[in-house]
Design a protein around this ligand. Structure first.
Ligand SMILES: NC(=O)c1ccc[n+]([C@@H]2O[C@H](COP(=O)([O-])OP(=O)(O)OC[C@H]3O[C@@H](n4cnc5c(N)ncnc54)[C@H](O)[C@@H]3O)[C@@H](O)[C@H]2O)c1
Length: 405
């Protein structure tokens, strides 16, 4: 039986490891976090994702998936470690490839001639080439001896177990032999079409996909602020505008968060700063929307305080970066809540997808509904059932109803 080692057992690596263990591969999952490794080996996922728990239990019981702290000898390696940006306060942030290069250093100790290595982590253009050079430096194997390919992941959190199998895949090998070897691996579980290209093109497809989303969300967010200026309901306007057969404006919200769309456009912009004004502006528009939402809440609080001579209790609904997810990475809603708390305001937060938060308490829905001002920051499906009465509602994400303020 062929062996595959998945390096990084997070939102991408763990589902990939589970799905691959359902095919002909014997899978070893590697993570540097001991707690994650222990939990996975007990069949307990450390992330929330539909159908993940059941499939993990089966994979562990079958003996086809085992997690550990270090890579072991395998035929194929898939790298799915984080690629955040550097927090060095540059106006255009650059990618932090430390996790990726550290994971290559760890697999280099067990790599043998003809092994397949696939990078799934979202990466700037040229990263696969750099990784090939690093592998050569560490092992002596050249690009013909280790088959290295880039294959970006494009799953939607909340639907990962389905999309990981059914989405089309783009594979860009360092050599065409590497592309074909990687294709064989994905064919063992992927029902979507698999498209082969070179590594640079594959790297840029992923960045282009997320930049496309960011640019289009920026338009919706900017438009929502224009609507507010005119006293027009943005959601109603967008719904009506979208009756045009060739217009499809996206939904505005509290900003853009997560590990992908809020980060990846910078990977293009930092390498091409002089020719990416649209990508950079869109990023800044989406960041400014979060600030705008915060300021709107502050003015509502001030208005309430002036009228009633006391400060209001603010009920916040949603802190994750997207609907029906437990993922809080780069979450605009969370950033807003932290700022409101640091201003000393009276806040109660409801987040149906999390049991706790390490910086503040989470409250039950009914306790938060008692607040004077209700603020909806994330459109979780659960909130659609809420019918608040006689409350000041600030709905920044279309959580409750189309005609909400
Ligand atoms: N989450 C998504 O929806 C999504 C979608 C598409 C692409 N991606 C990309 O996939 C990559 C992984 O994202 P994720 O969401 O799974 O991240 P994650 O943070 O959920 O998981 C990454 C895991 O890698 C581990 N790790 C870090 N360094 C390691 C090392 N040297 N060796 C072994 N393990 C290590 C971490 O402990 C963590 O558990 C990123 O590049 C991301 O941009 C993510």
């Amino acid at each position: 039986m062929k062996k595959c080692c998945i390096v990084g057992l997070g939102y991408i690596g763990l589902p990939t490891a589970i799905i691959l263990s359902q095919s002909e591969y014997l899978v070893s999952g590697v993570d540097v976090d001991e707690n994650i490794v222990q939990k996975i080996n007990k069949g307990e996922p450390h992330i929330q994702e539909p159908d993940l728990k059941e499939s993990l239990e089966i994979a562990i019981k079958s003996g086809k998936l085992k997690a550990s702290l270090t890579p072991s000898i395998s035929d194929a390696f898939i790298i799915a470690v984080p690629t955040p940006f550097k927090k060095n306060k540059k106006s255009i942030p650059e990618a932090n490839l430390d996790y990726l290069f550290n994971s290559i250093r760890s697999i280099a100790k067990v790599l043998k001639k003809n092994d397949l290595v696939i990078i799934e982590s979202t990466s700037p253009v040229g990263t696969t080439k750099l990784s090939s050079k690093l592998i050569h430096k560490l092992t002596g194997f050249n690009e013909k001896q280790i088959k290295l390919a880039y294959c970006p992941e494009r799953v939607l959190p909340g639907n990962i177990m389905h999309e990981i199998v059914n989405n089309d895949r783009i594979i860009g090998g360092i050599t065409s032999e590497a592309s074909h070897e990687a294709k064989k691996l994905y064919q063992s579980f992927c029902k979507g079409n698999i498209h082969l290209t070179n590594s640079k093109t594959a790297e840029l497809t992923k960045l282009a996909e997320n930049s496309f989303r960011d640019v289009n969300i920026a338009f919706a967010n900017e438009l929502s602020m224009v609507c507010d200026k005119y006293g027009i309901n943005a959601r109603e306007l967008i719904k009506l505008t979208n009756y045009h057969p060739r217009v499809n404006i996206l939904n505005p919200g509290s900003g853009v968060g997560g590990h992908c769309i809020a980060i990846d456009p910078w990977f293009i912009a930092s390498q091409c700063p002089n020719i990416t004004p649209l990508i950079q502006t869109s990023r800044r528009v989406n960041l400014s929307k979060t600030k705008w939402v915060y300021e709107k809440i502050i003015s509502a609080v001030q208005e309430y305080s002036n009228k009633k001579n006391c400060s209001p209790q603010i009920g916040i609904f949603g802190i994750t970066f997207k609907s029906d997810s437990d993922d809080i990475r780069e979450s605009p809603a969370l950033e807003i809540v932290k700022k409101l708390i640091s201003k000393g305001l009276k806040i109660k937060v409801n987040e149906p997808n999390l049991s706790s938060h390490n910086k503040f308490n989470l409250f039950k829905e009914e306790d938060v509904l008692d607040s004077d001002i209700l603020v909806f920051l994330v459109p979780h499906s659960r909130f659609k059932k809420i019918k608040p009465k006689n409350k000041l509602i600030l709905d920044f994400c279309g959580a409750v109803e189309i005609h909400a303020k």
